[in-house]
Write a protein that binds this ligand. Structure first.
Ligand SMILES: NC(=O)c1ccc[n+]([C@@H]2O[C@H](COP(=O)([O-])OP(=O)(O)OC[C@H]3O[C@@H](n4cnc5c(N)ncnc54)[C@H](OP(=O)(O)O)[C@@H]3O)[C@@H](O)[C@H]2O)c1
Length: 274
């Protein structure tokens, strides 16, 4: 029998299946007529590491000893509910080197129920993808625009027109959403104008900063794996200037997953921005 999770908050506590835990959050219910509903997710060690150096020293990766199947299942449940998934130039560069995988794996038979979940709601198998990048320095994999999926590239002022033409002829629209840095508010407005209502960020700490600095992130999902990693350098959930005012959150849900991370356990938490 598959082991479940224990809901610790809101009280009273209750046991439930792991599968369906985040589908039950029903994020599409938050779609509204004025702003997109934006949520992000990270798995972190207890000492706040979301990424550590690759064994060959070239860049950072999610630590293998905190990534785990049970967290991945819930990650997939979050991505399933989106119209648009945010990723970055770094993701496409990793993809080109064979170091990245599909964000939402509805083509994987293991997640056939999630494909069916989308289909039952009239959604295509894959949400569209937003690539946030100043450099526009990446190659675009064919998979990004297959199965009716669109790619939209959010970038900074005065992009090289030749590069914009190249990208648009291959993959989709390039949209300027900031002067020196893509701004969360402009990103959210442009995405809303394009019809996106429910947006998932599977991207990293700089992108979380742009979403929080402009107050456009609605919910933050964090998985705390019961492990301390240490080491330098590392990435944590956010990278950028001090937030003034701070971004304040209220606990939405908390689940304990005793079976996760090789039986060490992990906490699945979600927070709503105040
Ligand atoms: N543990 C987890 O749950 C988790 C989740 C996400 C990521 N990670 C890991 O964390 C590490 C860092 O992730 P990441 O590099 O994707 O994160 P990131 O620092 O958020 O994004 C990196 C790229 O996004 C673009 N970007 C970010 N902010 C921008 C802005 N304001 N304006 C314009 N472009 C902007 C830049 O692309 P250009 O360079 O093309 O301009 C930049 O290189 C990776 O190893 C990743 O695997 C872990």
């Amino acid at each position: 029998m598959k082991s479940g999770v224990t809901q610790l908050y809101p009280l009273p506590s209750a046991d439930r299946e792991l599968e369906g835990t985040y589908l039950a959050h029903d994020l599409r219910e938050y779609a509204n007529d004025s702003t997109p509903y934006i949520y992000a997710n990270f798995v972190t060690s207890l000492d706040g590491r979301i990424a550590i150096p690759r064994p060959d020293g070239s860049g950072l990766m999610v630590p293998k000893n905190i990534a785990n199947e049970r967290d991945w299942r819930l990650y997939q449940e979050l991505a399933t509910q989106a119209d648009l998934i945010i990723s970055s130039g770094r993701y496409l560069r990793d993809w080109a080197q064979g170091r990245a995988q599909e964000i939402l794996q509805t083509d994987n038979p293991k997640f056939a129920d999630l494909r069916a979940w989308r289909s039952a709601r009239g959604l295509k198998p894959h949400p569209d993808i937003a690539i946030i990048s100043s450099s526009l320095d990446f190659t675009i994999p064919d998979v990004l625009t297959q199965d009716g999926r669109k790619a939209i590239f959010f970038t900074t002022a005065n992009p090289d027109p030749k590069r914009v033409r190249e990208i648009e002829s291959k993959a989709g629209q390039v949209i300027v959403a900031g002067e020196n840095s893509v701004e969360g508010i402009l990103f959210a407005q442009r995405a809303f104008e394009l019809g996106y209502r429910v947006i998932y960020s599977g991207a990293g700490p700089k992108i979380l900063h742009l979403l929080l600095a402009d107050g456009v992130l609605d919910r933050l999902y964090l998985t705390f794996a019961n492990r301390v990693l240490g080491g330098k350098p590392f990435a944590t959930i956010m990278d950028g200037a001090l937030l003034e005012p701070t971004a304040d959150f209220k606990l939405d849900t908390l689940y304990f997953d005793a079976a996760g991370v090789d039986g060490l356990g992990q906490l699945f938490a979600s927070y709503d921005r105040l």
